[in-house]
Design a protein around this ligand. Structure first.
Ligand code: SF4
Length: 245
């Protein structure tokens, strides 16, 4: 039996309800997924944007310009990423963009942990510069949307349209889950949507400048923390569902 999820207050939705929603959204297009997310969660929804491209931001803005959008400024962004963000602010004048920065600036981090922590302990650096600000960005929300896609790496090959995010204890929508790089480029062309120029310079996945290298098309995440086994900063690392013993 299926439940009418719109009859349930969003704060009362459970992982089981979200599993039902995932089945309902399997095969849905990105616009429909964004619309369902907005309809179900309203003000309790937030959208992540890393300014790699503006596709999810554009889709969200067109459904409801008042949806809060957040980005994490680690202090190590490429200039091209910052410039893409600046252009987005002009193109989307009503954009509710919130920028979250680490509690420690780069100098304070160097004083505490030594310079270039990313070279010695990238997980600790990501914890300070990404995970801590992320927890503040999501504070008060019940659901978030992200632009992650199945084609980005083997570790993302099973990304569903929506799931309970046990790491952040809320709902996570991935409206672009089934899109390919070609779909992204096509959307940008058809809708004249901006994207980060580094995508045209051999960077298929764009993070912090010290930890991002060009990569081939087969594994877009291979250019992140190259030379190590890491491909995720921890924002999307799945925490397993609790087991009932
Ligand atoms: S990606 Fe690199 S520079 Fe950015 S927070 Fe992680 S370790 Fe630090």
């Amino acid at each position: 039996m299926t439940t009418d999820l719109r009859s349930i207050p969003p704060g009362d939705l459970t992982p089981e309800h979200i599993a039902q929603l995932n089945r309902e959204l399997d095969g849905a297009d990105a616009h429909e997924i964004v619309k369902v997310a907005v309809d179900l969660f309203g003000d309790a929804l937030t959208t992540a944007c890393s300014f790699q491209d503006l596709v999810l931001l554009d889709l969200t803005y067109k459904v409801d310009a008042s949806v809060r959008v957040f980005t994490l400024d680690t202090g190590f962004l490429f200039e091209a990423t910052e410039a893409t963000m600046a252009r987005a602010r002009k193109r989307y004048p009503e954009l509710r963009l919130e920028v979250y920065r680490p509690a420690l600036d780069i100098g304070a981090q160097a004083a505490l942990h030594g310079p270039r922590l990313y070279e010695r302990d990238s997980e600790a650096c990501c914890a300070i510069r990404k995970l801590e600000p992320m927890s503040r960005a999501l504070d008060g929300s019940l659901a978030w949307m992200t632009g992650i896609r199945r084609d980005q790496s083997p570790t993302r090959a099973a990304v569903p349209p929506v799931a309970w995010d046990y790491k952040w204890d809320m709902v996570k929508f991935a409206p672009l889950y089934a899109w390919t790089t070609e779909d992204i480029r096509s959307y940008c062309t058809v809708h004249e949507i901006d994207y980060n120029p580094l995508l045209d310079r051999g960077y298929p996945s764009i993070g912090c400048a010290p930890c991002t290298r060009p990569a081939g098309p087969d594994d877009a995440r291979a250019g992140r923390w190259s030379g190590s086994s890491r491909t995720e900063c921890g924002l999307h690392t799945e925490t397993p569902a609790p087991t009932t013993a």
